[in-house]
Design a protein around this ligand. Structure first.
Ligand code: HEM
Length: 414
């Protein structure tokens, strides 16, 4: 293997998601990385990259690797329990990210909080907020979709979903949106530490909200549902509720913002498909998978950590090393998709793995698709003649995805 490796182009020349070339067109780099092998050592991140779908599916399903950030070789040392801050209590003690058995318990007992009925009722709560955003926008000749609409949606929908009262919004908004950065291995220690301190402050606020809700439960409210689940299920505790809320906010915020931008961009690039995409929530659900495939905005992937020295796909992986699963590498592979360059909102996805697979399948998938459908339908209803005001400039500074600096739209109202 060493001989073969010596003759290969250095990996960072082949694949660099922080490069201008990747930002302009990630497809050649994704395909080249996939060609390099099933498990590729990526020196700049000190991580293995798992490139092929059958391997990724097996890893998702069977979970041979750990999802616990503290199992990563470069994570800060796991602090002793008597020194845990709120953050460690949430992340280590009760985490969705940690121990597989506890994770399954949390997923099982909280499933009712993510049922179709709950998503319907959350949609009803979010709808007036979305309409208000558009009312405030009015009918300008042109506007930046990210600034005026998209940037507000993740926070609105998650706080509405959880039931965080509006009086807490200004305080919590400043500290909660960076939660996922606390375990992002590709950013600086300083940035991770700042995110961690913010999360501690956010948890203090959540504890206040929970204490209030214990005093005065509300019907048909996600937090009250979780408090009921806590009463009925030994082993599911307040720490789990806090972790879950943080995970929802963390996992739901960046992803939604990216999804909003790319949905509008892709549909405006293919105006002929807008009606088909927005024909129903189900049609949009499929269209969104195509938007995500065609756009290929991901820069990273899903991190796991080797729980011990082990052999994976013919390579010796050391305990603590990171393995990044990158399902998006396949998105423009002609062996995986017919005519991958064609954008077709009716393309069949079987299986559809946009939201993951197996025990850690995205909790928020239904909500994510519904809130997108709601917002984008409202956008095209208010502005039927909408068009891109030129090709938007891409922004490489996001830690996880290629996004746009601004997304200027012409409304053509007059
Ligand atoms: C377009 C938007 C979204 C996409 C593409 C997406 C995708 C994913 C994927 C692929 C996973 C699996 C990650 C892994 O295996 O490591 C995941 C997990 C998760 N997602 Fe999403 N997600 C989206 C939006 C949301 C939203 C809006 C929420 C919350 C309301 C959410 C909450 C979660 C949570 C809590 C997990 C962890 C589940 C677990 O570990 O059991 N996601 N998501």
């Amino acid at each position: 293997m060493a001989d073969a490796a010596e003759n290969l182009v250095p990996i960072e020349q082949l694949f660099n998601p922080n490069s201008d070339e990747y930002m302009a067109d990630p497809i050649p780099q994704c395909l080249a990385l996939m060609q390099r092998g099933r498990l590729v050592w990526y020196e700049p991140w000190q991580a293995w990259i798992m490139t092929r779908m059958p391997d990724i599916m097996a890893c998702w399903k069977e979970e041979p690797l750990s999802s616990d950030f503290y199992d990563w070789e470069f994570a800060p040392p796991r602090p002793p329990e008597d020194q845990w801050t709120n953050f460690e209590r949430a992340l280590i003690g009760h985490s969705l990210l940690a121990d597989h058995d506890h994770h399954r318990l949390v997923r099982r007992v909280t499933a009712p909080a993510f049922s179709r009925n709950v998503v319907d009722s959350i949609q009803r709560k979010i709808e007036p907020d979305v309409k208000r955003l558009f009312d405030e926008l009015g009918t300008p000749d042109s506007f930046d979709y990210i600034d005026k609409i998209a940037a507000h949606i993740p926070f609105i929908s998650i706080t509405r979903m959880v039931g965080i009262p509006e009086k807490y919004w200004p305080d919590i908004k400043q500290v909660i949106m960076t939660f996922t950065e606390t375990w992002n291995p590709t950013i600086s220690d300083e940035r991770r530490e700042k995110a961690r301190q913010d999360s501690n402050r956010a948890i203090d606020i959540l504890k206040l909200v929970i204490a209030e809700r214990r005093e005065a439960p509300v019907q048909d409210d996600f937090l009250s549902t979780l408090l009921r689940i806590e009463r009925e299920n030994p082993g599911f505790e307040e720490g789990d509720i806090i972790t879950l809320i943080l995970a929802l906010i963390g996992a739901g915020a960046d992803t939604t913002l990216v999804a909003q931008q790319w949905s509008v961009y892709c549909l405006l690039k293919h105006r002929d498909q807008v009606a088909k995409a927005l024909a129903s929530p189900e049609a949009f659900s499929n269209a969104f998978s195509e938007i995500s495939r065609w756009g290929t905005a991901s820069k990273m992937g899903f991190a796991r950590y080797a729980p011990r020295d082990m052999e994976i796909l013919g390579h010796q992986v050391r305990k603590g090393q990171m393995v990044l699963m990158m399902p998006h590498l396949k998105d423009h592979d002609p062996e995986y998709y017919d005519h991958p360059e064609v954008f077709d909102v009716e393309r069949e996805f079987n299986p559809d793995v946009l939201f993951g697979y197996g025990p850690r399948f995205c909790i928020g998938a239904a909500l994510a698709k519904r809130q997108l459908y709601l917002t984008i339908s409202e956008l095209f209803r208010r502005f039927p003649n909408l068009e891109l005001a030129g090709e938007p400039e891409r922004d490489g500074s996001d830690h996880n995805a290629v996004v746009f600096k601004r997304l200027m739209l012409n409304t053509n109202c007059q």
